[in-house]
Design a protein around this ligand. Structure first.
Ligand code: GDP
Ligand code: MN
Length: 386
């Protein structure tokens, strides 16, 4: 799960990690009130969306007066912000972070992620932080250093010093940095984070070190034990079809292609997506209705696929085991009768109660195309969406 910068900064403050003074605003009036409260200019007006690259896309601006805050906030709220991370369709800005402007001496890069290859937690840091870090990683990978931490031992002061020295920090800053890094690490482990990135981490002219940006992602599988983080979930930032699917415990991920597919079992779903691609088409989604799905879950899953306007054809690939073919057929027919099917549907079904399932589909009067096996199904649906 992703959260907004302003929320990540609240967590930072709870852990004693310095961030600029600021607050979130949902309107230009609120933005002005917050700016006045900050007491001095410049202030920074920052679009809050679940994507980075805002600076380059026009989503981070300095304001030098109350009037400028009002104008910028008015322009940004409701704007469609396009960055290299949002894709060309962009994201609508609904909230802003209004923050005290800082006198920046130097921009550093710092991130913490789990490294699956070594089963360690890796800290990455660079003196060349700021908006061009991707370019630095490309052209000068040696400018990004990595320090690995055994999660069973946790962070030690020598880890902090190793990172701090590599950043060429002055003694005064190094002291603040060591404390900051061990707090960041604690936060990372405490909340089961999957990523934490501060870019830039800035050194000010007054020789203080402050997290100017904050990106924190969480492992969804651990969210059940972090109710406070769940409160941060922003459904406006998520794909509406995925939000809908999550209500019914469906494992659904929206994709770019035009072949909708409904499958039971994650492995079979992966194989189905592969064979759709081999047949020359692109899957529009991943959907594992689950082994023990009810007719109601199948109905909801099918309805969600039908409501995706990119879908030009559907492949239903079910191997009836615990989920019986007749239950599946029942759900499909119910959804189809309620929503109506405007696209061709190819069905490949095998396993428990397959005859009963086929009978329900045939007697439904729906225009379904049956396939003999997986390959045949994929080729049929690929030909139909061409
Ligand atoms: P991102 O582009 O989405 O990663 O947004 P950031 O929060 O990193 O902001 C982009 C850039 O805006 C930073 O790299 C800074 O150079 C600049 N910026 C942000 N806040 C301030 C500030 O308080 N003062 C100054 N001078 N620049 C700032
Ligand atoms: Mn940034």
């Amino acid at each position: 799960m992703k959260i907004h910068e302003y929320q990540a900064k609240q967590l930072f403050q709870n852990f004693g990690i310095p961030t600029p003074a600021g607050e979130v605003a949902f309107s230009s009036d609120e933005a002005v009130r917050i700016a006045e409260g900050l007491g001095k200019f410049p202030v920074v007006v920052k679009a809050q969306i679940h994507a980075g690259g805002r600076g380059k896309g026009g989503g981070v601006k300095l304001a030098h007066s109350v009037d400028e805050v009002r104008t910028l906030a008015g322009e940004m709220i409701g704007m469609n912000l396009v960055t290299h991370q949002t894709g060309p369709e962009g994201r609508e800005v609904q909230k802003l972070l209004i923050e005290q402007g800082l006198d920046i001496e130097k921009e550093l890069y710092l991130s913490i992620i789990p490294d699956r290859a070594t089963a360690m937690i890796v800290i990455m840091a660079s003196e060349a932080g700021g908006m061009d870090i991707e370019q630095v990683a490309e052209d000068h990978p040696e400018k990004i250093i990595k320090v690995f931490i055994d999660p069973l031992l946790g962070i030690q002061s020598y880890h902090c010093r190793a990172v701090g020295y590599s950043l060429n920090l002055s003694p005064a800053v190094l002291k603040q940095f060591n404390k900051m890094l061990s707090s960041l690490y604690k936060l990372f482990v405490h909340y089961d984070c999957s990523l934490m990135e501060i870019n830039p981490l800035v050194i000010t002219r007054e020789e203080t070190i402050i997290a100017l940006d904050a990106k924190v992602n969480f492992d969804d599988n651990a969210l059940f034990r972090h109710k406070d983080i769940m409160e941060y979930r922003d459904l406006d930032e998520e794909n509406p079809l995925e939000v809908e699917a999550s209500k019914y415990n469906l494992n659904y991920i929206n994709l770019d292609g035009n072949v909708g597919n409904m499958v039971n079992g994650a492995g079979l779903a992966m194989a189905t997506m592969d064979i759709i691609k081999q047949a020359g088409a692109e899957p529009a989604n991943f959907l594992d209705v689950g082994g023990g799905a009810s007719a109601e879950m199948v109905e909801n899953g099918f309805r969600i696929i039908l409501s995706d306007k990119n879908v030009k054809g559907i492949l239903i690939n079910i191997f009836g085991g615990i989920l019986r073919c007749d239950v599946l057929a029942d759900g499909v027919v119910k959804a189809a009768k309620k929503t109506g099917i405007a696209v061709p549907v190819v069905v490949r079904m095998e396993g428990t109660n397959v005859e009963e399932g086929r009978k329900i589909l045939t007697e439904s009067g729906l225009n379904l195309i049956t396939a003999v096996d997986l390959k045949d199904a994929a080729q049929k649906v690929a030909a139909l969406v061409k």
